[in-house]
Design a protein around this ligand. Structure first.
Ligand SMILES: [Zn+2]
Length: 342
């Protein structure tokens, strides 16, 4: 069995977004409850992530922006309409970005090791100079930039199946060839970015793939895209590290979006990818982004972690044909991404 760790920190529970906010500490409590029910809290290594240093953040954020966030230490307020901070939020956000750095160091050190960063606040909407959509620092982008700068990696792939487009992550690497960003997201939906024809520019040309999908689609489309876009990209781009911006808000029962991915769909999707990565010896690390139904994430996140740990995923069964929008997007992107245009 692989050596699986959980990266968790008590401060992630102290980031208090106030009553009624969907991105709440109960999300992590729900995941912990599900992990405990499965006995996984005793079986898996528990890592306590350090804080990211300013030099780590500077790879994807402006100095002025970092200072403006740090100035919110021990204060409460709102950085934008839905991005709220409490006195512990800045420290929590530094540990969240630190979890990616620490986790990447851990998985690159030992090819049999992988991990799940169960962090708050999430990160993929955070821009170079702006907090956005519950996110302060772009955790996964800080991690990918660290993998390039400190470990000398030349090909990192970020897969972001969160139902919202990861605008911050795309923008961080849009002109870079060393980090390939792939997103499946509902469109139209917040943040309104992530068009199909945004495939990267300059050194990053052909190394950004967005699959925007209309509301109401689910397992057949996500699995079609995985099989026909993502797996071929992995074979062709040959990433040295894969980071999952693991959002679970594309689930059928998520309150913030209208996609219809089931528990089984998530497990089959990750199963296809993880078994491919394992067969190729490619290290990977997951970090939590969205997912706002407490019942869903209590079940789905621990089920995914257990599947990775026990190397047991659902059998690929029969599927309805994917909706035309997904098939057309895969065809479009297959001709324009990867190494083909380079
Ligand atoms: Zn989301």
């Amino acid at each position: 069995m692989p050596d699986v760790f959980l990266s968790r920190h008590p401060l992630f529970l102290e980031h208090d977004t106030g009553p009624g906010h969907p991105e709440c500490a109960d999300r992590l409590r729900a995941i912990d409850a599900g992990l405990r029910e499965r006995g996984l809290l005793d079986e898996l290594e528990d890592r306590r992530p350090p804080q990211a240093m300013k030099a780590d953040l500077l790879r994807v954020h402006d100095a002025d922006y970092i200072d403006s966030v740090l100035a919110w230490r021990n204060r409460s307020g709102a950085l934008d309409a839905d991005t709220v901070v409490s006195p512990a939020s800045v420290e929590a956000s530094l540990h969240a970005a630190g979890a990616l750095i620490d986790g990447i160091d851990a998985v690159l050190d030992n090819p049999r090791r992988t991990g799940f960063c169960l962090v708050r606040p999430p990160g993929h909407h955070a821009e170079r100079d702006r907090a956005m959509g519950f996110c302060l620092f772009n955790n996964v982008a800080v991690g990918a930039a660290h993998a390039v700068a400190k470990h000398g990696l030349r090909r990192v792939l970020i897969f972001d199946p969160d139902v919202h487009h990861g605008n911050g992550t795309q923008n961080a690497f849009y002109r870079r060839g060393d980090v390939f960003y792939v997103s499946i997201h509902q469109s139209p939906l917040f943040p309104g970015t992530g068009r199909l024809d945004e495939t990267g520019a300059g050194e990053g040309a052909g190394r950004n793939a967005n699959v925007p999908l209309p509301a109401g689609l689910g397992d057949p489309e996500y699995l079609h895209i995985t099989e026909n876009l993502l797996l071929p990209l992995i074979a062709e781009y040959r990433p040295e590290l894969v980071l999952f911006s693991a959002g679970f808000d594309a689930h059928l029962r998520d309150p913030l979006a209208q996609m219809e991915v089931t528990d089984d769909g998530f497990l089959r999707m990750y199963g296809m990818i993880v078994s491919t990565l394992s067969a190729r010896g490619i290290p990977f690390l997951c970090t939590l982004e969205g997912g706002y139904s407490l019942d869903v994430i209590r079940e789905t996140v621990p089920a995914l972690i257990e599947s990775v740990f026990r190397e047991r995923f659902p059998e690929p069964g029969r599927l309805e044909p994917a909706h035309e929008s997904a098939r057309a997007a895969v065809t479009f992107l297959s001709g324009r991404t990867g190494n083909r245009e380079r």
